[in-house]
Design a protein around this ligand. Structure first.
Ligand SMILES: Cc1cc2nc3c(=O)[nH]c(=O)nc-3n(C[C@H](O)[C@H](O)[C@H](O)COP(=O)(O)OP(=O)(O)OC[C@H]3O[C@@H](n4cnc5c(N)ncnc54)[C@H](O)[C@@H]3O)c2cc1C
Length: 552
């Protein structure tokens, strides 16, 4: 939506912007962002661009492109102010200025927030603003299945109207892919069920490389057993992680930053505590540790962690004012994505990508909390403007007819045709359990190879069919299309994880426990080729900072 607004502003009266989304826009995952949006607002009080840059680069375990990080940090404050002007109800300090709080790996309190419902308010603000532009038309509940090309240029997408099952071609001179993270490829995940890796898969199938897909972020505090996120802001406000002996164990793993070390480090510490027998178990045998908010002033929990308290009371029957919260690491974010340059441009002229589906990369091997929503805003603005300029200065291209026909046949003849051989929901559960088992916080060659083999076997026999043959709101058909995207993307994640023989950020290999800058200070690009996946490398852009040991 940020890209749509910028495209409309850039091409006022001269462009038409279609926002194609498989959900209603306010059902996008961004709405559930909780804790904050990072930006340097008050340099006079000690924070600085340099500090935000350094924190982000160090947090990324030196895999971030530093030119992109510099651009991000310098533009993020403008986005906070821009949202403010569009009506965003940021929480305030006593002096009336926008309030900020601490987040993991950030040296200053620089996460701007609105209670712990940041995403909801940001998305409401953006949606309202979109509605002011006649140039922007929403196509809610349209499911995009294919990127169209002609003569090496982007030509539009094929999408299906979920309301009546009608396929259609959105011809376009320029586009921005903003389909969000790979979401629910793990079973214990903070994402809504509609978050699936469609965008990654359709870009990959259209020949674009996926970059750094081995890096999956596990957030330390998923509520057990649902996996609902307990925001990092709860530790930013002073919450403490404890093991079954009541020990504040993070003091041993990160003596300085403690509970506010970056997510990769805290998640590894938690899994280690559990493996070494200092965790607890639910009646159903699920492992967990404790997040203690009883040490906070009750007013802080009530006012700044409103949703967290509500979620705990409603879904777990726990009031965090009186009792610790049961938590464990949960799949939460994908550092990798469609390879784009510093302008968000993909390899396909006319197509940009922004937000979680893209990899710029400011997050490298590990993203810092609160950097993602500001990344979405910054590159939403950049790509929206560039896409509009491109559209205004280029002739239209017609999508290739045969490509459209092939896609319609794939969906309507093949999938809706034969009787289902495998129950797609069982296949989905199988994919999720392979990812949980073989590509989690700690990784190891043999287990990953086994996981990859299982994924490939599953794909080889995957004759998914659709039981529901109707055209109206056929969510069964949409789910099957999503599951096909899941298996494609999981295979890339698995293959890339096997390929990278070092430990860096969120990719922690027990068989290669050290970071190896000599051989692996590179982005890994995965291309789809006949017969599988081919890898290539892209140099990491280092401007000021040489990699050093990463301690907190
Ligand atoms: C629970 C939770 C809390 C978080 N909290 C924070 C936080 O406090 N701070 C922070 O910085 N980050 C946070 N993050 C991360 C951040 O929210 C996300 O990375 C970011 O919001 C992703 O935004 P996006 O626009 O890229 O994608 P999304 O918001 O996921 O939007 C994707 C859109 O693409 C559409 N789409 C997808 N596939 C298709 C298709 N095939 N056809 C048509 N449309 C499609 C969807 O319908 C949706 O509208 C959080 C993430 C989660 C899961």
């Amino acid at each position: 939506m940020r890209a749509a607004i910028e495209a409309a502003r850039t091409g006022r009266g001269k462009v038409r912007v279609a926002v194609v989304t498989k959900t209603q826009p306010m059902r996008s995952h961004s709405v559930s962002a909780e804790g904050g949006t990072a930006a340097v607002l008050y340099p006079e009080e000690g924070d600085s661009f340099e500090s935000h840059i350094w924190d982000t680069v160090k947090g990324s375990d030196f895999l971030a492109d530093q030119d992109a990080v510099e651009r991000y940090v310098s533009l993020a404050p403008l986005e906070i102010i821009q949202l403010e002007h569009w009506g965003m109800p940021w929480s305030r300090r006593k002096d009336g200025k926008i309030a900020q709080r601490y987040f993991g790996g950030q040296s200053y309190p620089r996460a701007c927030y609105a209670e712990d419902r940041v995403g909801f308010y940001e998305m409401s603000t953006l949606y309202d603003t979109c509605l002011k532009y006649d140039e922007i038309v929403f196509y809610d509940e349209w499911y995009a299945t294919k990127i169209l090309k002609n003569n090496g240029r982007f030509a539009g997408v094929v999408a299906m109207n979920l309301k009546n099952g009608e396929p259609a071609v959105f011809s376009a001179k320029a586009g921005v892919l903003a389909t969000g993270g790979a979401g629910r490829i793990y079973s214990f995940a903070t994402f809504g069920h509609s978050s699936t890796p469609d965008g990654y898969a359709i870009a990959f199938r259209a020949g674009m490389p996926l970059k750094d897909m081995e890096f999956v972020q596990f957030h330390p505090t998923g509520l057990v057993p649902s996996g609902i996120l307990i925001t990092e802001a709860s530790r930013g406000e002073g919450g403490i992680l404890r093991n079954k002996n009541g020990e504040r164990f993070m003091e041993r793993y990160a003596p300085k930053a403690k509970d506010l070390a970056p997510r990769d480090i805290v998640s590894r510490a938690m899994v280690t505590e559990i493996r070494e027998g200092r965790g607890l178990k639910t009646e159903d045998g699920e492992d967990y540790l404790l997040l203690d908010l009883t040490v906070l002033e009750p007013e802080i929990v009530k006012k700044r962690l409103t949703s967290i308290r509500e979620i705990c009371i409603r879904t777990a029957n726990i009031d965090p004012l009186n009792e610790p919260i049961p938590v464990r690491p949960v799949a939460h974010y994908y550092m990798g994505g469609v390879d784009v340059n510093i302008d968000g441009a993909t390899e396909l002229p006319g197509l940009w990508a922004a937000g979680e589906v893209s990899c710029v990369s400011i997050n490298g091997a590990n993203r810092l909390g609160s950097n993602s929503t500001s990344e979405c805003l910054v590159w939403g603005r950049i790509t929206g403007e560039l896409a509009a300029r491109f559209a205004m200065t280029h002739q239209p291209v017609e999508p290739v007819k045969e490509d459209v026909e092939l896609e319609e046949r794939r969906i309507f003849d093949k999938l809706l045709g034969p009787a289902p051989r495998l129950n797609p929901y069982n296949v989905k559960r199988e994919i999720q359990s392979i990812m949980e088992r073989h590509f989690h916080v700690f990784r190891e060659q043999e287990s990953m190879e086994e996981g990859l083999r299982k994924l490939r076997n599953l794909r080889a026999e995957m004759e998914l069919g659709v039981e529901d043959k109707s055209r109206y709101y056929n969510t069964n058909l949409m789910n099957v299309l999503e599951i096909e995207c899941m298996i494609d993307v999981c295979e890339v994640i698995g293959a890339a994880a096997v390929h990278r023989r070092e430990s860096r950020g969120a990719h922690a290999r027990v068989d290669y426990p050290k970071r190896d800058d000599e051989n692996w200070l590179n982005h890994i690009l995965a291309y789809r080729v006949v017969g599988g996946i081919e890898f290539a490398y892209k140099q990491v852009v280092l401007t000021k900072y040489k990699p050093v040991e990463r301690t907190y």
